[in-house]
Design a protein around this ligand. Structure first.
Ligand SMILES: Nc1ncnc2c1ncn2[C@@H]1O[C@H](COP(=O)(O)OP(=O)(O)O)[C@@H](O)[C@H]1O
Ligand SMILES: [Mg+2]
Length: 216
C-alpha cells in the first residue's frame, strides 16, 4: 500500500506526437528528469539506456522489476530503473500495482510510460493504472505519459496532466483536438516539424520550442 500521503503539487506531464516527433528525445532532454532522484520507466521498446548522468538499470520481467524497485526505493542513491521489452494491458496494470505498493509521499518517484496506447484502452482506466494519475500525486508519484494519438488514451491522462508537450501531429483531427486543449491555432500545430513542440502548463499560455539539437 502507498504510504505517507501528503498534499503535494500536481506535476503529471504528457508528451504527444506522431512517431519520430521527438517524444522519447523529450524525455532524454527533460531538465526535470535529469535532476530527478528516482525514476521508473515502462520501456516496451528498450529505448532508454541513460538519462542525464544516470545509467538505466534494466529489468526484463515484472518480478525482476518489482524486486529491483523495492530495493532502490529503500536506498538513498538516485536511480533510473526500467522494465524493458514487456508490454500489454495486463503488464501495465501489474506494473501500476507494483508502483502503487512502493509509492511513498516522502520519496518522489517519476514514472515514465512509453507508448501508453499499446497498453491501455481509451475508455476510462478503472484499475490501478488510472489510480496512478488520480491518486498518485499525494503519494509522491509524478506520471509522464508518452503516446501518439490523444484519442487512444484515457481522458484521465489528458485531463490530469498539468504539463503538456505537443509535437508534430499526424492529421488535422489531432491538430484540432490539441488546438482546443492548449489554445494554439490549428494551423500552428499542423505546421510543427519533428522535434519542434508546444509546451503548456495549465493556466498559462503555450510556449513554442525546439529540442536541443533539432534540425530546422
Ligand atoms: N528536427 C529534427 N532534428 C533531429 N532529429 C529529428 C528531427 N525530426 C525528426 N528527427 C528524428 O527523430 C528520431 C528520434 O525521435 P524520437 O524521440 O525517437 O521520437 P518519438 O519517440 O516521438 O518516436 C530520430 O530518428 C531523428 O532522426
Ligand atoms: Mg519514442
Amino acid at each position: 500500500m502507498a504510504i505517507n500521503s501528503r498534499e503535494l503539487e500536481a506535476k503529471h506531464t504528457l508528451y504527444s506526437a506522431t512517431t519520430g516527433g521527438g517524444k522519447t528525445t523529450a524525455i532524454q532532454k527533460s531538465a526535470v528528469l535529469r535532476k530527478a532522484n528516482r525514476i521508473a520507466i515502462y520501456d516496451p521498446y528498450n529505448a532508454h539506456h541513460k538519462l542525464g548522468r544516470k545509467s538505466v538499470i534494466k529489468t526484463y520481467s515484472l518480478k525482476e522489476f518489482a524486486i529491483t524497485l523495492h530495493k532502490l526505493m529503500h536506498q538513498k542513491k538516485p536511480f533510473v530503473v526500467s522494465l524493458c521489452s514487456v508490454y500489454g494491458k495486463k503488464e501495465l496494470e501489474l506494473l501500476a500495482e507494483i508502483v502503487w505498493q512502493l509509492a511513498d509521499g516522502t520519496k518522489e518517484l517519476h514514472v515514465v510510460v512509453e507508448e501508453l496506447a499499446a497498453s491501455v484502452t481509451p475508455r476510462a482506466i478503472d484499475g490501478r493504472v488510472g489510480e496512478l494519475w488520480r491518486g498518485g500525486r499525494q503519494f509522491g508519484l509524478v506520471m509522464h505519459a508518452l503516446f501518439q494519438r490523444p484519442q487512444d488514451v484515457p481522458k484521465v491522462v489528458t485531463n490530469l496532466s498539468r504539463f503538456k508537450w505537443i509535437g508534430k501531429v499526424d492529421n488535422s483531427s489531432e491538430a484540432e483536438w490539441w488546438s482546443k486543449q492548449i489554445d494554439v491555432p490549428i494551423q500552428d500545430i499542423k505546421d510543427l516539424k519533428g522535434w519542434h513542440y508546444y509546451f503548456k502548463e495549465t493556466g498559462k499560455p503555450a510556449i513554442y520550442g525546439k529540442l536541443p539539437g533539432a534540425r530546422g
